[in-house]
Design a protein around this ligand. Sequence first.
Ligand SMILES: CC(=O)SCCNC(=O)CCNC(=O)[C@H](O)C(C)(C)COP(=O)(O)OP(=O)(O)OC[C@H]1O[C@@H](n2cnc3c(N)ncnc32)[C@H](O)[C@@H]1OP(=O)(O)O
Ligand SMILES: CC(C)C(=O)C(=O)O
Length: 558
Amino acid sequence: MLNRMPIHKYRAYAQVDLPKRSWPDKVIDTAPIWCSVDLRDGNQALVDPMDGARKRRMWDALVKMGFKQVEVGFPSASDTDFNFVRQLIEENLIPDDVTIQVLTQAREHLVQRTFESVLGAKNVIIHLYNSTSELQRRVVFQQDQAGVKKIATEGAEMVRDRLPMLAGQNVQLQYSPESFTGTELDYALEVCEAVMDIWAPVVDNQIILNLPSTVEMSTPNIYADQIEWMHRNFTRRDRICLSVHPHNDRGTGVAAAELAVMAGADRVEGTLFGNGERTGNVDIVTLGLNLFTQGVDPKLDFSDINGLMETAEYCNQLPIHPRHPYAGELVHTAFSGSHQDAINKGMKAIKAANSGVWEVPYLPIDPHDIGRDYEAVIRVNSQSGKGGIAYVLENDHHIRLPKEWQAQFSQVIQRLTDASSQEISSQEIWNAFEKEYVTQPEGRFNLVNFESRRVPGSNQVVEVNAVLTDNGTEKTITGQGNGPVNAFSHMMRKEFGLKFKLKDYVEHTRSVGSDAEAAAYIEIKVPDETGTSIFGVGIDTDITLAPIKAVVSACNRL
Ligand SMILES: CC(=O)SCCNC(=O)CCNC(=O)[C@H](O)C(C)(C)COP(=O)(O)OP(=O)(O)OC[C@H]1O[C@@H](n2cnc3c(N)ncnc32)[C@H](O)[C@@H]1OP(=O)(O)O
Ligand SMILES: CC(C)C(=O)C(=O)O
């Protein structure tokens, strides 16, 4: 076959020689330290970077959900960034247990301005970076390894020499060999070690060494190998907080972060819903909820996912995809019949079991836990089946359609969805149900009045009086039987020459309260060779009247 794609332009990424790698056997049982970089890496990727108001709204949301470290900007980049950091400090907007982080290149005037921006903050992380990759050394810096290492060490010295400016403040230092995933491992280690030599971290004030997949270039297992390699080879591991900063160029940022944590990372930098350069930073919402759904405390509050989405969409001016993990508008929704059937059964089973453990097929998370309701769990279109329609009727309209009828009513809905090729709303399903079983505008019979009383002196016999219209003509009928339903059915057969047998009858209330309606379901059978079953529904606040209406409904469908 002709290959139209120029594969010769690309090279396979090298594997890491890591004998006895240990990360595949690890389990994540505690959340890493989270650092939000929404206000910096997220912000620098936006068409319109956040203004002060949007930055402030993002900040408030991040603090509210529990981030203890937030990279608040690149203060030397713009007045907006600088002024925002000053505003946070001067207006006392930083809780005592929250640390702000600021990013700077290794350039004297930028480092100086960065220090000026954080004067007076209680807790600060000064984050220095320079790219160390082979490609950037060659084309951006035009320097050899020694030259680029010098940028890092000179930058580290610029930072160290300004630390007296922040005397009395809690200051932690962070270094990123940017483009780490394009950097030879031994060289990345050498540069990090050199920076560490200058900053002289201690166990109680570790250096944060942040190893970014600035561009995600390999499968996540290779990133994990790189992290484990660094973790094993750092000389003063106890003085290091090992941080990762995955991007998502290959669509595996979340996997890369998770495997990196298994490989020894203590900390993860990322953004809400994965906003960030190109395909984005790693998504902390997905990472956190992945932990949550394994029974691990994510140490972040995602209970108002809609609020977080609104904030992210407002601040980033970018929509969140309807299929976004956990959060997207459609991710808790099943349209297809077999999924709906399984969800319907799963929801009932979970209610019955009352064990407190969430296990519903196709729903990895209880939507309630993130502030969603069950309304959208099942939506109906031409791919749907009876289980889904029954779910909508029961949950939205309190109609517990007996199982044998579900198939019949689903054909009514199937005809509508096939005709429209569109989703049918819960209200439309209800309208179709009412028309088919309850109001029956084209039905032959219409019940105008109904009364029943026990025949005096008899415990069993009931006398009924009913007024009906038969194709518009009013008729009064009376008769007796051993109950209202039995007597009324008998009269219908006798007066109108109908041939049917009562087969089954169920009734339930539609809601609680004194004005609660009852829903009655009647099944009648035609005594011919087909033995067809016909169903009728009656709804009324009077529990005697509801089944009578159900008989009329069934007779109309004969
Ligand atoms: C992967 C990341 O996300 S890294 C963060 C990236 N974020 C941003 O760039 C957003 C904010 N940046 C900015 O606003 C600007 O780039 C500024 C204010 C920092 C610098 O602006 P300028 O100096 O006008 O421009 P510019 O960024 O193009 O400067 C590039 C120069 O800095 C050098 N440089 C780039 N990164 C670094 C670094 N980390 N340390 C030292 N020098 C660096 C380049 O080699 C280049 O040098 P040259 O002029 O000798 O060729
Ligand atoms: C500054 C660094 C950490 C960065 O943003 C990246 O490498 O993506």
